[in-house]
Write a protein that binds this ligand. Sequence first.
Ligand code: AHR
Length: 504
Amino acid sequence: MQHTPARFVLDPAFDVAVVDPRLFGAFIEHLGRCVYTGVYEPEHPAADEDGLRTDVLELIRELGVSVVRYPGGNFVSAYRWEDGVGPVEQRPRRLDLAWRSIETNRFGLSEFMRYLRKTGGEPMLAVNLGTRGVAEAVDVMEYANHPSGTALSDLRIAHGDAAPFGVRLWALGNEMDGPWQVGHKTATEYGRLAASAAHAMRMVDPESEFVVCGSSGRGMPTFGAWEAEVLAHTYELANYVSVHAYYEEREGDRDSFLASAVDMDALIEGVVATCDHVGARLKSAKRIKLSFDEWNVWYMSKPSAEGERDWSEAPRLLEDVYSVTDAVVFGSMLISLLRHADRVAIACLAQLVNVIAPIMTEPGGPAWRQTTFYPFAQASRYGRGRVLQVHADSPTYSTSVHGTAPLLHATAVLDDGTGDVTIFAVNRGQTEALPLQVEFRGLGLTAVLEHSVLTDADPDAKNTLADPQRVTPQSAKGTEIVDGVLRATLPPLSWNVIRLGSAD
Ligand code: AHR
C-alpha cells in the first residue's frame, strides 16, 4: 500500500531564523587517531610542511566545517595547554587520563591554529576546569590573544607566532556534570568556577564569548537542574550553554533509532526552556543560545567499536563505521539543528577524523568519506540562509521509544541572495517510498535544480577502506514542479536534498 503524501507549505513570511554559519562546526579531540594519523601525520607522503595531511585537509574543506572545538572533550579536563606549545622535541610525554593513552604533545595550540588557517575554520578553545582553574584559563588566553609585551604573549612570539591567534570563542570546561570527568563537580561548584573564569578572562579580552557546560546528556539524572544552577551563577557572563547528544541503534530497534531526532528536539526545547526560566527569574532581557557542541551517531554500547585503552600512542578508539541508516539518522539530526536555528547558534559534529567521524584515514595510506560525510557536506553547502517554517502533515509510524513519529522529517532554507530554496528531508520509513508535495507562497520557484538522494537497497551498506565509494548520493528522478506544487518521491530510508530555483 502506498502512503498518502506528506505535505507542507513554504512562505518566506514565516521563517525560523537566519542560520549562524557556526552551526556547521566540528570537534577535534586528542582522542584515538583524531589528531595523530588523522589530521596530523608528518611521516605521511601527503603531509605538508606543518605535518598536516593534505588529503585530509582537502576532505575537511569539502565537508565545509566552520567552527572547530579543540582540544577536548574529556581529554581537556586533565590537559596542560603549555605542554603543547614551543619546540616539539622539548614537549613532554604525558598520561592522557581520559582515554588511557600516551599523549606525545607533538600537536598543540600552534599546530591547531596552523591547521585552521588552512581549512578556513574558527577556533572554539576549551579550557581545563577539571584539574585547573581561573589562573590557567587566563594564562592560555594571554598566550593566545595578547599582542605582545607580557611574559606569555612574548613566549608565543618566541615560539614563532608573532600575530595573536585571536581566539574569540571559549568553552569553559567539558561535561563537568559527568562522574567520569576528571575534576567532576557539582553544579554549584562548577557554576561558581565558570563565572570566575569568565569574569577574569573577559578582563583580558572583552570581546570573548563563553560556552558554559550544560548536561552531558538528556539522560543524566541532573538534566535541567544542572543547567538552571550553572546559569544562575553565569547568566550575565555566558553566551551559550553546551548541549551534547549521541544516538545509536539498540537491540535491533531500527524504527526507534530512525526517530532519534524526536528526542533531540525535546532535548533542545528542554534546554531552551531552562535557559529562559533562569532569564525570567533574573528579569534579564538577555537570551542564552545553545552550543550543541557534541552530536553524532555513536555505537557507545558496542565494546568492539571502543578499542583498547592500554596506554598506547594514538590507539584505534571509537572508530565507528557508519551505514546508510546511520547517515539518514545523522541527516535527521542536522534537520533538527536547522529547525532550531533561532536558538542553536553553534553545533559541532563530534568528531572530525577517525573518531566517530565522517572522514577515515589509514596511517601512511588513504583517506575516505564515511556515509555521514555527505549529509554534512550538503547541509553546510546549501543550508546557509534563512530557515523557513515547515509544519508538515505527514503519515506516521509507531516506535517503541518515541511513540508515534512522523515518517517525514524536513526543513527548508531560503538563500535570500539567489531566491533558491533547499529542502532537506528524511523518509524514516524502512519499506515504503513517501510521496512529498510542497506548495509555495511568494517564492517564485519554478525549477527543480537537483534532487540528490542518499539511500541503498542494503540499509547496512557502508563505505570502507576496501570499498570507499559503496554509498554516495545519487540523482533522483521524477521530481517536478507542476502548477506551483513540488512533487517528489522519497525512497524508503533516505536522506534527500531538493534544490529549487527559478527557470528564468
Ligand atoms: O566525543 C567523545 C567524548 O564524548 C568526549 O570526549 C566527551 O566530551 C563525550 O562524553
